[in-house]
Ligand binder design. Structure first.
Ligand code: NDP
Length: 271
């Protein structure tokens, strides 16, 4: 299948929560080469795994080896969580966007909200689809590469049946005043707390909720600017914890203690 590798944040969170819930389960991490992916999935099926997480570069390619997809994963065309259903079939789900929504709901309802999403990659796609399914009123996709941004916008309009528009990202983006939620779903800021997301900070208003998918560092430059403008901010740690909470529950039918998960993540990241 692949080489066992040293732990990652999700493994650390899962193992802490298995222990806290008194479950006799293990979360193992393997590094699998692209050419070994089919064998790896056949291996997990043969060994009766309850499920697993798949990350870059396998989120799209894994689909061909699965027995089915949830509606959201099918719309996103990407899977980060696989589970064995009661028929013994292995189904692909995507919990990234649901994890984000869980985080957002701590600050505001999604229904009827105008949302700006910066980025159109995998994270943006997962978040946009779930926001559309949850009843967001209008989603504005802002992306540097027009083709990718337009493709996500078309998906939202045509298949998720939400109202979406695409704006190309040139210079500092000015956030429209009627926006409720602004999300940085780009990789800008990953591992660099001084990296600047090109937006006009003065267009952020105190009534806006501003979120970042970046979890390391947890307080990005983007969130610091939003906080200085009086906005309510949500860091990427919440999304990471919530997507793991959902996976845990799918696999075990037990609701994990989210506080234990967050504590484990902060411990792992030495925050
Ligand atoms: P992708 O590579 O699929 O997409 C990256 C996006 O960032 C693209 O839209 C890209 O634009 C944009 N981008 C990158 N650099 C720039 C730049 N300098 N200026 C403008 N736009 C830029 O990555 P993912 O969507 O998979 O991941 C994005 C981030 O989300 C990662 O940092 C990842 O760690 C994080 N993440 C966090 C999760 C969590 O639970 N908190 C879960 C999943 C991901 P373009 O299309 O023009 O290239």
């Amino acid at each position: 299948m692949g080489q066992p590798v040293a732990g990652n944040p999700t493994q650390y969170m899962m193992e802490k929560c298995f222990a806290a819930a008194g479950l006799d389960c293990r979360y193992l991490t393997f590094e699998v080469r692209p050419e070994g992916l089919g064998d790896a999935v056949r291996g997990m099926k043969a060994m009766g795994f309850r499920g697993g997480n798949f990350t870059i570069p396998h989120k799209v390619e894994v689909i061909q080896y699965l027995d089915g997809l949830t509606n959201a994963a099918e719309l996103m065309g990407a899977v980060n969580c696989v589970f064995r259903n009661t028929d013994g079939n292995y189904i692909g789900e995507n919990t990234d966007g649901k994890g984000f929504i869980g985080s957002l709901q701590q600050a505001t309802e999604v229904d009827g909200k105008n949302v700006v999403i910066l980025g159109a990659g995998g994270a943006a796609r997962a978040i946009a689809v779930e926001l559309g399914l949850a009843g967001a009123s209008e989603i504005t996709i802002v992306n540097r590469t027009a083709e990718r941004g337009q493709e996500l916008t078309d998906l939202l309009n045509d298949r998720v049946k939400t109202s979406a528009i695409f704006l190309p990202w040139t210079g500092d983006f000015e956030v429209n005043q009627n926006t409720d939620v602004v999300i940085n779903a780009t990789s800008i800021g990953l591992g660099d707390e001084t990296a600047r997301v090109p937006i006009a900070a003065e267009s952020l208003l105190p009534q806006m909720v501003v979120a970042d998918v970046i979890f390391n560092p947890s307080k990005t430059q983007f969130l610091r600017e939003a906080s200085d403008r009086g906005c309510q901010i949500l860091d990427g740690l919440g999304m990471l914890v919530n997507q793991a909470v959902i996976c845990f529950e799918i696999w075990t039918a037990v609701a994990p203690n989210a506080a234990v998960m967050r504590e484990a993540l902060e411990e792992y990241l030495e925050l």
